[in-house]
Design a protein around this ligand. Structure first.
Ligand SMILES: *[C@@H]1O[C@H](CO)[C@@H](O)[C@H](O)[C@H]1NC(C)=O
Ligand SMILES: *[C@@H]1O[C@H](CO)[C@@H](O)[C@H](O)[C@H]1NC(C)=O
Ligand SMILES: *[C@@H]1O[C@H](CO)[C@@H](O)[C@H](O)[C@H]1NC(C)=O
Ligand SMILES: *[C@@H]1O[C@H](CO)[C@@H](O)[C@H](O)[C@H]1NC(C)=O
Length: 760
C-alpha cells in the first residue's frame, strides 16, 4: 500500500479517518436539513408498505385531465388523443370501461408541423378541458395540433359515446394552443368560464365565458387587463362571482423588473357585457394581488394551483393554494401552501382601486369619489356609460389579499394540491392536503389547530423524477388519483397497518388511523368507530393513549418492549443489531441496560449497532427512539453469551421472546469485517485522497518560509512533536488522542486492533 510511503503511521491515519468521517457526517446532514417540516415516513417507488395500483394503456400517454363522475364511481381521463372512462369501484387497479379516440385531424397536424412545431411531441390533440355538461353529456376541449377544438361527448351508463367529426367546434380561448401553456376552466350554470392563451404565439391571455344562453364575454386585450404572460391555474365559482387564479408579471411595482405576482380575478356570473362601451367584454373584471409570505421573508410569488375545500360548511370558506418562488436558493426552489378566506377576497374587491397615472406611468391609489352602484359589483341592471368608462381603467385593486401560510418547505416544488377534511375520533375535522411535486412525490400534510401543517408521509410515485400533472380525490373510494405522463396512480388515503405498534400509530397523527387495543392493530377510521379506539390528533402523545390496562400502571410503561429478540453470541465477536428507523422525526440512540452503550466497543452505522461483544457485555440492548418528547424502544435485543448465560432481568419477565440470528463476525478477523462493510473501501479512498491533498498543502506550506513559521506555531500548540514532515497532521493527532491505539495495542496485534477500533 502507498500509505507508509506518505509517512503516515496508523494513528495519524485514524485521526484522518475520524476527521473525514466528521466531514462526511456534517455534509450529509447539511444536505438533508431543509426548512420546513420533514415527512415522518418516506416510501420509495414500489415500497410494499404503500402498495399503489397503476393504470396504463399501451400507446397512450399524457394522462393530464381527470374528472370524477357525479356518483364517484367512474373516473374520466383525458389523455393524448383519447378520452377514457375508468371504473374505480374496486380497490385494485382501475378497470377500463371504454375509451374513445379523438385525434387531431391530418390537415391540422400537417399545418402544425408546417408552422415548425414538433410532429413528435406537440402536434397532437392534448385534452385540456373535461367537464360535466349535463346528465347526458360531457364537454371536452383539446389543443388539436395547435388549433384548439371542443366537442360534446355523449354518455351512456357512464360509457363514452364516439365523437362524430362534424360535432367538433373551434375551441379558441377554451383550450390553449400549446400543450405547455397553463389553462383553467370551470362549468357553472351551463356556461364555461375559461382562462388560457388565446393565440398561437402564446402572447394573448384571455378570460372568457362561452356556452349557455348568456352572451360570450371576454377580457379586453387592448386595455391590458392581463399582462401578456398571464398564466391561469384555477377557476373557482362562488355565489355571485367566478374567481380566477393566475400569475403574471406585475406592472404596479415599477422599482422591480420582471417581478412575478400571483393574482385573483373576479367576474360576475350575471355580467352581460356593455351596450355601447365594452360590448361583448366583461364589465365586472377586477383583479387583486395574492400574497403568500412568511413575515420578513421574500414572498412566494408564483401560484401553481388553487382549490376550494369541497363541502366546506364553515362560515368562512377558504381557498387553498400552492406557491413557489421566483427566486431560487441553491438547486431547488421552495414552496408554500397558503389559505385565503373568501371573505378577505370579497373585502379586497370591495375596497379601493388603483389607477395608472399616465404622466408618470405609475400605479397609485384612486382617490376620486365613488359612484353608486359600485363599478365592478354584481348589481343588477345595465351599468351606466360612466361606470363602464371607469371600469376600463380601474381593474386593479389597491389592497392585497393576504394568505395564511400553512406550510413552507424548501427543497420541493409543489405543482398540484387536493384537500379534504377527515373526522378524527374526537369528532373534530382535520384538514388533510395532498401535495404533488415536480419530482413525482406526493406529500400528505395535516393542518393542526395552530394552522401549521405537518407531513404524515411522502410517497415517491415514480422511480424516475417527473412532475405530477393532476390530482383527483375520490372520497367515496377513499383514494386519490394521480395523473402523469404514463398513466394514473390510485393512492389509498392511508395504510394504517404500516404503524405496527400503538406508539407508532399515535405518533403518526394521521387522522385516518386509530389504534384498536383489542386486536392490537392500527386501523383505518370508518363509521361507526369503536369507543375503545385510540387517537391523539392534538398532542400525538402515546403516553396516555397507549397506556391501558395493567400495563399503564407498570413502573416503566414507556420503555417496556412488546417483544424481545434473543441473540446468542460468542465473546469477542462483532454483532450487528439492526434498528429500523420508522420515523424521520425521531432521534435514535442505543442503550445497554439503563446506561448508554459504551463507545469503546461499539459504533452505530446506518442505524444498526455494531458491537464487539466482550466479557460481561451481554444483556439488554435497546434502540430507543425519542419523538414528540416521548421515548420508546423500537427494538430490544437480549444478547446472551454462548459460553456463560446471563441471569434474566426480572423486569423483563413476561415479555414474549423470539430467537433471532444476527450478522456475526469473529473479532479477530478484521480483514473479513472490513471486506463485508461496503463503506470501507469508500472511506479508505477518501482517506487516501485527503492524505494526498493534505500532503500537497503541507508542501506548499513548507515552501513558503512564512508558512513554515505558521506550521511551527501550530505544532507548539500541540506540544510534543518536533516540526517536520508530520507537522500539519499533528492537529488531527491532537483531536484524536492516541490513547485508543495504545490501549488496544496491548490486546492483540496493533494492525488489526486499530482497524477494529475504526469500525467500532
Ligand atoms: C400496508 O402495510 C402492510 C404492513 O407493512 C403491508 O403488509 C400491506 O401490504 C400494505 N397494504 C397496502 C395496500 O399498501
Ligand atoms: C415527423 O415528420 C418527419 C419528417 O417530416 C417524419 O419523418 C416522421 O415520420 C414524422 N413523425 C411522425 C410521428 O409523424
Ligand atoms: C345535454 O346537452 C347536449 C348538448 O347541448 C344536448 O344535446 C342534450 O340534449 C342535453 N341533454 C339534456 C338531458 O339536457
Ligand atoms: C441501512 O439499513 C436498512 C435497513 O435498516 C437497509 O435496508 C439498507 O440497505 C441499509 N443501507 C446500507 C447502505 O447499508
Amino acid at each position: 500500500m502507498a500509505l507508509p510511503a506518505l509517512g503516515l503511521d496508523l494513528c495519524s491515519l485514524l485521526g484522518l479517518f475520524f476527521f473525514q468521517l466528521l466531514l462526511l457526517l456534517t455534509t450529509t446532514t447539511a444536505g438533508a436539513v431543509g426548512q420546513g417540516p420533514m415527512p415522518r415516513v418516506k416510501y420509495y417507488a414500489g415500497d410494499e408498505r404503500r402498495a399503489l395500483s397503476f393504470f396504463h394503456h399501451k400507446g397512450l400517454q399524457d394522462f393530464d385531465t381527470l374528472l370524477l363522475s357525479d356518483d364517484g364511481n367512474t373516473l374520466y381521463v383525458g389523455a393524448r388523443e383519447a378520452i377514457l372512462a375508468l371504473d374505480i369501484q374496486d380497490p385494485g387497479v382501475p378497470r377500463l370501461k371504454n375509451m374513445i379516440s379523438w385525434p387531431a385531424s391530418d390537415t391540422k397536424k400537417s399545418e402544425c408541423a408546417f408552422k415548425k412545431k414538433s410532429n413528435e411531441t406537440q402536434c397532437f390533440n392534448f385534452i385540456r378541458v373535461l367537464v360535466p355538461f349535463n346528465t347526458t353529456h360531457l364537454y371536452a376541449c383539446g389543443t388539436f395540433a395547435f388549433s384548439p377544438a371542443c366537442t360534446f361527448i355523449g354518455l351512456q351508463d357512464s360509457h363514452l359515446l364516439p365523437i362524430s367529426e362534424d360535432k367538433v367546434m373551434e375551441g379558441k380561448g377554451q383550450s390553449p394552443f400549446d400543450p405547455a401553456h397553463k389553462h383553467t376552466a370551470v362549468l357553472v350554470d351551463g356556461m364555461l368560464y375559461s382562462g388560457t392563451m388565446n393565440n398561437f404565439l402564446g402572447s394573448e391571455p384571455i378570460l372568457m365565458r362561452t356556452l349557455g344562453s348568456q352572451p360570450v364575454l371576454k377580457t379586453d386585450t387592448f386595455l391590458r387587463w392581463l399582462h401578456p404572460d398571464a398564466s391561469f391555474v384555477a377557476a373557482i365559482p362562488s355565489t355571485q362571482v367566478v374567481y380566477f387564479f393566475f400569475e403574471e408579471t406585475a406592472s404596479e411595482f415599477d422599482f422591480f423588473e420582471k417581478l412575478h405576482t400571483s393574482r385573483v380575478a373576479q367576474v360576475c356570473k350575471n355580467d352581460v357585457g356593455g351596450e355601447k362601451l365594452l360590448q361583448k367584454k366583461w364589465t365586472t373584471f377586477l383583479k387583486a394581488q395574492l400574497l403568500c409570505a412568511q413575515p420578513g421573508q421574500l414572498p412566494f410569488n408564483v401560484i401553481r394551483h388553487a382549490v376550494l375545500l369541497p363541502d366546506d360548511i364553515s362560515t368562512a370558506p377558504r381557498i387553498y393554494a400552492v406557491f413557489t418562488s421566483q427566486w431560487q436558493v441553491g438547486e431547488t426552489r421552495s414552496s408554500a401552501v397558503c389559505a385565503f378566506s373568501l371573505t378577505d377576497i370579497e373585502h379586497v374587491f370591495m375596497g379601493k382601486y388603483k389607477e395608472l397615472n399616465k404622466e408618470t406611468s405609475r400605479w397609485t391609489t384612486y382617490r376620486g369619489h365613488e359612484t353608486y352602484p359600485r363599478p365592478g359589483s354584481c348589481s343588477v341592471g345595465p351599468s351606466s356609460d360612466k361606470a363602464l368608462t371607469f371600469m376600463k381603467n380601474h381593474f386593479l385593486m389597491d389592497e392585497q389579499v393576504v394568505g395564511t401560510p400553512l406550510l413552507v418547505k424548501s427543497g420541493v416544488e409543489y405543482t398540484q394540491l387536493a384537500v379534504e377534511t377527515a373526522q378524527g375520533l374526537d369528532g373534530h375535522r382535520h384538514l388533510v392536503m395532498y401535495l404533488g411535486t415536480t419530482t413525482g412525490s406526493l406529500h400528505k400534510a395535516v393542518v393542526n389547530e395552530h394552522s401549521s401543517a405537518y407531513l404524515v408521509e411522502e410517497i415517491q410515485l415514480f422511480p424516475d423524477p417527473e412532475p405530477v400533472r393532476n390530482l383527483q380525490l375520490a372520497p367515496t373510494q377513499g383514494a386519490l388519483f394521480v395523473g402523469f405522463s404514463g398513466g394514473v396512480w390510485r393512492v389509498p388515503r392511508a395504510n394504517c397497518s404500516v404503524y405496527e405498534s400503538c406508539v407508532d400509530c399515535i405518533l403518526a397523527r394521521d387522522p385516518h388511523c386509530a389504534w384498536d387495543p383489542e386486536s392490537r392493530i392500527c386501523r383505518l377510521l370508518s363509521t361507526p368507530n369503536m369507543n375503545s379506539w385510540k387517537q391523539d390528533m392534538e398532542q400525538g402523545n402515546p403516553e396516555w393513549a397507549c397506556a391501558n390496562g395493567p400495563m399503564g400502571r407498570s413502573p416503566w410503561p414507556r420503555s417496556r418492549p412488546q417483544i424481545i429478540k434473543e441473540v446468542l453470541a460468542v465473546p469477542n465477536s462483532i454483532l450487528e443489531l439492526p434498528c429500523p428507523h420508522l420515523s424521520a422525526l425521531a432521534s435514535y440512540r442505543w442503550t445497554h441496560g439503563t446506561a448508554a452503550v459504551p463507545d469503546a466497543s461499539s459504533t452505530v452505522y446506518n442505524g444498526s449497532l455494531l458491537l464487539i461483544l466482550r466479557d460481561g457485555g451481554g444483556g439488554l440492548y435497546q434502540c430507543m427512539a425519542t419523538e414528540n418528547g416521548f421515548s420508546y424502544p423500537v427494538v430490544s435485543y437480549w444478547v446472551d453469551s454462548r459460553e456463560q448465560s446471563l441471569a434474566l432481568n426480572p423486569e423483563l419477565a413476561g415479555i414474549p421472546r423470539e430467537r433471532v440470528e444476527v450478522l456475526l463476525t469473529r473479532g479477530n478477523d478484521g480483514a473479513a469485517l472490513a471486506a463485508q462493510r461496503s463503506y470501507w473501501p469508500h472511506f479508505l479512498t477518501v482517506t487516501v485522497l485527503l492524505a494526498l491533498v493534505l500532503s500537497g498543502a503541507l508542501i506548499i506550506l513548507l515552501v513558503s518560509p512564512l508558512g513554515a513559521l505558521r506550521a511551527r506555531g501550530k505544532v507548539q500548540g500541540c506540544g510534543t512533536l518536533p516540526p517536520g514532515e508530520k507537522a500539519p497532521l499533528s492537529r488531527e493527532q491532537c483531536l484524536q488522542p492516541s490513547k485508543e491505539c495504545r490501549t488496544s495495542a496491548s490486546d492483540v496485534d496493533a494492525d488489526n486492533n486499530c482497524l477494529g477500533t475504526e469500525v467500532a
